[in-house]
Design a protein around this ligand. Structure first.
Ligand code: EPU
Length: 349
């Protein structure tokens, strides 16, 4: 059966986005399409009905706050496939479609014997979303093993390659959250996984977990299992309770501000940065400000990790915004520190 793909097949109107955002916020897209190939994407973007409308690219929706209905076209990335594209003396080069589930991809690499990404196990979301905010956990950021990506430029209609430098990765940050915001659909990402492997076990939660399991020299899969155990203990599962992971970035302050805060607040956790500044633990600040486990309407700070805002049921984007503002104001009043939200806010309201 031959059947050319047309946009009429792919474009849907007035689609609920509740299941496309892990905070489970109610919102609708005026237009919606799941795309799994470039020809289909082109057909959609040429459709006269959506010309001039705003566009939003959604992966797993795990870093997204929908503050209202979206008046334009939502493109759900469904590019699939996982493959070893190359191997040299030093490394394996592994590519995955932007729509692949991140955790499944990580476990697959480990099972195939290509370690490196194990500390990033169980992070919700997709492969294509991972570079956007340079996901990180337990002493590792995705940027470390990122090699290149292929993206579709929604403005020019061209497919573009990005290497690591082009992506301008930072702490939970990249070109795709800054100058390139909203412009690209990440179709595939390639990782460079060095053959020389060394476990990253410096993070205290992980080393304690391994110790408790009596593992002195973990294999990549054992390290992945330990990370999974730690995450399950501390972080809410989006399948059970709506959340978007850490809701705030850990703030970085000057050495002087840090000295002032540390003197006034014994026990303040802090991490020295390469530039002499200090990173603080937002979760600690929020807990000290009295917010751990506390609610404002249907939204609250998770009882086991104050850095995570959770939807206890029935929350809207406005409720999430209100709770996040209340937390920020209290932290600012108590510590003089400004918290910056980690997820991306989108919507008409
Ligand atoms: N803390 C508290 N109370 C809390 C939460 C944390 O006192 O409610 C303290 C902890 O005791 C610890 C410090 O704050 O001393 C740091 O906490 P933790 O190690 O749990 O990590 P985090 O800084 O809260 C970051 C990432 C997480 C990542 C973990 C582990 C950010 C914004 N968050 O959290 O990433 O899993 O480290 O590496 O950088 C995410 O980005 O969505 C995310 C979950």
């Amino acid at each position: 059966m031959s059947h050319a793909t047309t946009s009429a097949d792919l474009l849907r109107q007035n689609v609920a986005l509740d299941s496309f955002n892990t905070l489970r916020l109610p919102a609708r897209a005026a237009w919606f399409a799941a795309v799994d190939n470039v020809d289909g994407l082109r057909a959609i973007l040429d459709d006269p009905r959506i010309q001039g409308l705003p566009r939003l690219v959604i992966g797993g929706g795990s870093n997204l706050v929908l503050t209202g209905d979206f008046p334009g076209l939502v493109l759900h990335v469904a590019f699939h496939g996982r493959t070893r594209v190359q191997e040299d003396a030093e490394a394996f080069y592994i590519r995955a479609g932007g729509g692949e589930n991140w955790h499944d991809f990580v476990r697959w690499t480990l099972e195939m014997g290509w370690p490196g990404l194990e500390n990033l196990s169980l992070i919700p979301g997709t492969v294509g979303a991972a570079p956007v905010q340079n996901i990180g956990a337990y002493g590792l950021e995705m940027a470390e093993y990122f090699y290149s990506l292929r993206a579709y430029d929604l403005e020019t209609g061209k497919t573009v390659g990005f290497d690591k430098r082009d992506c301008a990765f930072g702490y939970r940050d990249s070109f795709f959250k800054q100058a390139g915001k909203g412009r690209y659909l990440i179709a595939a990402v390639t990782f460079r996984l060095p053959k020389k492997w060394k476990p990253v076990t410096g993070y205290v939660d992980v080393s304690r977990e391994l110790e408790a399991q009596g593992i002195a020299a973990p294999t990549p899969l054992q390290l992945s299992d330990a990370v999974i155990a730690v995450r399950r203990r501390k972080l809410p599962d989006p399948a059970e309770i709506g959340n978007a992971g850490s809701f705030f970035k850990n703030p970085v302050v000057s050495a002087e501000d840090h000295a002032r805060l540390a003197a006034a607040h014994p026990g303040l956790p802090s991490y020295p940065q390469a530039d002499g500044r200090m990173k603080l633990a937002a979760g600690w600040l929020i807990e000290q400000a009295g917010w751990k486990g506390r609610r404002l309407g249907p939204v609250g700070c998770y009882e086991k990790q104050a850095l995570v805002l959770v939807n206890h049921g029935g929350a809207t984007g406005a409720d999430v915004l209100a709770a996040s503002v209340a937390v920020r104001l209290d932290v600012r009043a108590r510590f003089g520190v400004d918290l910056e939200a980690e997820p991306v806010f989108v919507g008409s309201a």
